[in-house]
Ligand binder design. Sequence first.
Ligand code: ATP
Ligand code: LTN
Length: 332
Amino acid sequence: MAHKKTILSGIQPSGSPTLGNYVGALRNWSLLQQEDYECFYCVVNLHAITVKQDPEALRRRTMDTVALLLACGINPSTSTLFVQSHVTEHAELTWVLNCYTYMGELNRMTQFKDKSVKHADNINAGLYTYPVLMASDILLYQSHLVPVGADQKQHLEIARDIAIRFNNAHGDAFVIPDGYIPKAGGRVMSLQDPSQKMSKSDPNPNGYIAIMDDPADILKKFKRAVTDSEGSIHFDPQAKPGVSNLLAIYSVFANMTVPEAEAHFAGKGYGHLKTETAEAVIADLAPLQQTYNKLLAEEGYLREVIAKGAAQARARAAQTLADVYHKVGLDV
Ligand code: ATP
Ligand code: LTN
């Protein structure tokens, strides 16, 4: 087993990634590389097919997501960057863990309930067991830390519960993982309805900033963000959800704590808050967008990165799966 602690996280290749994905997850994936962890980052295309996908679009978006992760600063020579379907152990462990997961547990998952409403014509068994596939992603690599947004907390808890249950039944097979959810930005809210999380599947594009939005759009969307009529800038997510969301975003991009950001805007109006937040976001995303556009033209390179990533990931995943098969008695 590795000496360094292990990090794993995943992102679906669906839709255009938003500022929520970036602040809640991707930015931290890149920052955590600088600490003493072995990092596995995965484009979870098996998760994506729990909702209907056009095959050609799925292939293209999977490669685009690989380019995005590199543009966000994932370093393929120190981190393992791979595509989930390339490592068949994910699907294999999922079957075993399905048999260690109770329907009662899955029935409680709020993401399943939300998605069942959103995709009422396609409430498939994959959507239902989605958290078991996610648990397999995490547990296959003996992951200690899982950087995600706050919306994934429930899925992390079920992953821990499944791991503990399996370990109790068969002896230790899995490390019990912890979540890493950022304090500011763990839940970036919609700019149009700050009671909802910012989502790439929002039908109103003014609700989200896509990471690839151009500067003029980013400024326009922030200027249109819903605030309140009070006029004072302080952090109070219950009473002032719109303003608090902007303050949280600003604090992340200005590298300040939320109280420092409040102090920065003391006596200023909402116009300032919106414009300065937009400017901070635009400046941060500009180099990322440039690198992304350059990488899109380098398909050969992207394919090299994920081929190497898959080989590295498989080496680790195969060890865990073999141990699980042995413990369960499948290795005759
Ligand atoms: P969808 O909205 O289509 O269900 P998603 O964006 O929630 O998808 P992923 O693309 O797999 O799903 O999410 C990748 C990461 O981004 C996850 O760690 C998730 O918690 C995080 N994330 C998504 N939306 C937000 C948000 N609004 N604020 C903070 N983190 C977020
Ligand atoms: N369900 C997550 C994506 C995801 C993931 C993972 C995150 C799939 N497998 C493993 C962390 C670790 C989501 O954000 N929708």
